[in-house]
Design a binder for this molecule. Structure first.
Ligand SMILES: *Cc1c(COP(=O)(O)O)cnc(C)c1O
Length: 374
């Protein structure tokens, strides 16, 4: 049997509940013909989601990117405003800054968290005192050094937006990521820890701002019998079918986190003794969702060696996100840092972290990786 006859092992792919919860909620939407617009599933998904993470209000949207866009708009970010954004992240953290005609300045990470460095952020506040908002990311499900970042943002009276797209279910000192800033953003894209095929959520303790986002996201229709608009609108609202999948997935979030943690610990147990291997940092105040298991290689074996070995066996792995300040599209914007994000990118690799993996598959992956060191 050639390796390509084997089913592919993915980095992280959709995993519907064994119990069929998603199907039941979607079926209800079909049975009542409420497949769109909005409807019970959307309202219930918002309420159930807000309860699950411990926040007052949530708006279900078409994507995490749309949620970030609406967060910036709700924060009053507009033309020419400066926004600090973590550099080590996926491009969707930064693109909405440009949608708002604002100006990103990218902030380095630190090795302790892989997320925004409080020192670099403090320095950035000195250089750009008129900054309007900060976008903090909790990469791969690891919480950032939140207390220090929150304190700095409060001190400078700046809106904090948490991009928690990868960290649903991660807690920091017992409180869920996405609930510390003024706004929190989540994604249900196909590769996230739970998925609705595509979708996002914007959360906040400010109900009024969330109500306003729902208004903008449904084309900004004023209260009037005829169609009247006093503001520019967006078509960003989640459909009732998609929300049904979300309600079902939310029921298995804890189970998915448990499996992701099991995968991380399996790798850690099998691979951490290899020369020059360091796993992503799990700090004592951090209870991650372990969305992806990642490590850095500081020796002769390079990330590409692992990726090529895996690809031959039809197994997916990938590099760490390429920092935004190194991206051709963002190269001309400011950057504050000392090269930490660059080093994590150059040496880092994301291992297959699919929750449908069996122990046999995990064992095969570890054997393949260990083989490279021999
Ligand atoms: C996935 C992701 C997003 C974007 O979410 P979408 O739902 O795909 O638009 C934003 N930020 C980070 C860090 C992500 O990983």
């Amino acid at each position: 049997m050639s390796s390509h006859d084997k089913p592919r092992i993915y980095l992280s792919s959709p995993h519907m509940s064994e119990e069929g919860y998603e199907r039941k909620f979607v079926q209800e939407a079909f049975d009542s013909n409420w497949i769109a617009p909005l409807g019970t599933n959307v309202n219930e998904f918002e309420t159930e989601f807000a309860t699950k993470i411990g926040i007052r209000a949530a708006a279900a949207l078409t994507s995490g990117t749309a949620a970030l866009h609406m967060a910036l708009k709700a924060a009053g970010v507009g033309k020419g405003d400066i926004v600090f954004c973590q550099s080590l992240t996926f491009s969707a953290s930064a693109n909405p800054i440009i949608y708002q005609d604002a100006v990103p300045v990218f902030i380095d990470s630190d090795f302790e968290t892989w997320n925004m460095s409080p020192d670099a952020l403090a320095q950035a506040f000195k250089k750009y005192p008129n900054v309007k908002a900060v976008i903090l990311v909790h990469l791969y499900g690891l919480a950032a050094d939140i207390d220090k970042i929150v304190e700095l943002c409060k001190k400078h009276n700046v809106v904090l937006i948490e991009d928690a797209a990868e960290s649903l279910g991660t807690s920091y000192k017992g409180k869920m990521t996405g609930t510390f800033g003024d706004y929190g953003v989540f994604s249900f894209n196909g590769n996230k820890i739970i998925t609705t095929s595509g979708g996002g959520m914007l959360v906040s303790n400010n109900d009024e701002r969330i109500a306003k986002v729902r208004f903008w996201a449904t084309q900004s229709r004023d209260q009037a019998r005829h169609y009247q608009h006093s503001e520019i609108g967006y078509n960003y609202r989640m459909s009732n079918v998609v929300a049904g999948i979300g309600r079902g997935q939310l029921k298995v979030l804890d189970k998915r986190i448990a499996k992701k943690k099991y995968i991380f610990e399996y790798y850690n147990h099998e691979l951490s003794e290899l020369d020059d291997v360091m796993f992503m940092p799990v700090n004592e105040w951090n209870s991650p969702n372990y969305w992806l298991s990642c490590m850095v290689l500081n020796g002769k074996v390079r990330p590409i060696d692992i990726m090529e070995t895996m690809e031959k066996e039809n197994i997916e792995s990938r590099p760490i996100w390429k920092p935004m300040h190194m991206q051709p599209v963002f190269m001309n914007f400011g950057f504050i840092g000392t090269g930490v994000a660059e080093k994590i990118f150059e040496n880092g690799i994301c291992l297959p972290s699919d929750t449908k993996m069996s122990d046999e598959e995990l064992s095969e992956i570890c054997k393949l990786i260990k083989g490279i060191w021999q």
